[in-house]
Design a protein around this ligand. Structure first.
Ligand code: SF4
Length: 344
């Protein structure tokens, strides 16, 4: 029988483990220290637990860390790591170093159900939710772990379609008994899952990024099927009615497609629908995907669009494309090939 993994458990879950193992009450805190503050590679190294307790734990539990199965490095320094998860499925994480920042883009699901037409992950369908262990393992098991300054949940999958495990991973990252990271270093991106967005806002203090891509209903529906059931107008209502503190940021991701969503009418409508929301828009140039006829705008058109938004009083920035040559850039992550190979 497969052993249960300790890494990725919250303090409360570890209290339950220690109770089951008849260990003293303070042992759960000792275990969180070993798991999240020290870099051990086996339960045997938890030297302030009695030998008996360690041996008993080792019979039922394992640490649960697993190294990436491969990695690819871009000419711009971005690295893409491939991890094996959920019995024979694969996911990718992207490490993006930039000046004094080092960001990790993590996956929350293997594949994705959302079917956004511009995204390779959407094309591969849905293989399963990642556990908090599998989400955090992407962070802990890369060689650059100690260099990381920021984490974005923008890899494969829709994080708010796996809310409980994502929230658990955020709790471990931000709790004082966990990694103790400031929530302002973490951004969770969503297509706008109405049911889970309030829960995320109430139960975490991390930044929120909403994939917008068009202010017009019909156009957004064509790009992102989620618009049919969870309209952006409803998502904006939830955001407008939530009491954000000054440190917490809401941003909107906006992939620019040439001749589709980059007109003055789009700027005007964006200004109208975002009125009253303190936010910023991140503009991303579309990265062409095989079989999709949409095209990428020239850089000068992206700059023009940004300036037009700025003139309307909206803070807009252009996200630099990183790791395009190793297919690590926005919308390009896919493990369809690896999943297929395992089946053959
Ligand atoms: S863009 Fe995000 S939500 Fe949409 S299909 Fe890709 S991974 Fe899923």
């Amino acid at each position: 029988m497969e052993k249960e993994k300790l890494y990725g458990k919250t303090l409360n879950e570890l209290v339950a483990v220690t109770k089951r193992m008849k260990m003293p009450g303070f042992a759960a805190r000792q275990i969180t220290d070993w798991l999240y503050k020290k870099e051990i590679s086996s339960i045997g190294e938890m030297s302030n637990l009695s030998r008996m307790a360690r041996e008993a734990m080792e019979e039922q539990y394992c640490l649960g860390l697993s190294a990436p199965v491969s990695s690819f490095e871009s000419s711009d320094g971005t690295k893409k790591y491939l991890f094996r998860v959920i019995v024979d499925k694969y996911i990718e994480a992207a490490y993006i170093p930039e000046d004094d920042r080092a960001t990790l883009c993590v996956s929350s699901q293997s594949g994705c159900k959302m079917g956004c037409i511009f995204c390779m992950t959407g094309r591969q369908g849905f293989q399963g939710n990642l556990s908090a262990n599998e989400i955090l393992n992407q962070f802990r098991s890369i060689p650059e772990f100690r260099k990381l300054t920021n984490i974005v949940y923008m890899g494969m999958g829709e994080p708010l379609d796996n809310t409980e495990e994502v929230l658990k991973s955020l709790e471990i990252l931000t709790s004082e008994w966990g990694y103790g990271w400031s929530p302002t270093r973490i951004t969770v991106s969503t297509v706008g899952m109405l049911k889970s967005i309030s829960s995320f806002l109430e139960r975490s203090r991390c930044h929120l990024a909403v994939s917008l891509h068009s202010p017009f209903d019909e156009e957004r529906r064509m790009l992102m099927p989620i618009q049919r059931t969870n309209s952006v107008a409803e998502v904006l209502d939830v955001i407008r009615n939530f009491d954000f503190n000054r440190q917490r940021r809401v941003s909107f991701e906006y992939i620019l497609f040439s001749g589709l969503n980059d007109s003055p009418a789009h700027v005007k409508e964006l200004a109208r629908i975002l009125n009253g929301i303190r936010c910023r828009i991140n503009l991303i140039r579309f990265h062409p995907v095989p079989g999709v006829t949409l095209s990428s705008p020239e850089m000068q058109d992206v700059i023009k669009f940004r300036e037009a938004l700025n003139e309307k009083g909206i803070t807009a920035t252009i996200r630099a494309s990183r790791g395009t040559d190793i297919r690590a850039a926005c919308g390009l992550l896919s493990t369809m090939q690896q999943n297929k190979q395992r089946q053959e």
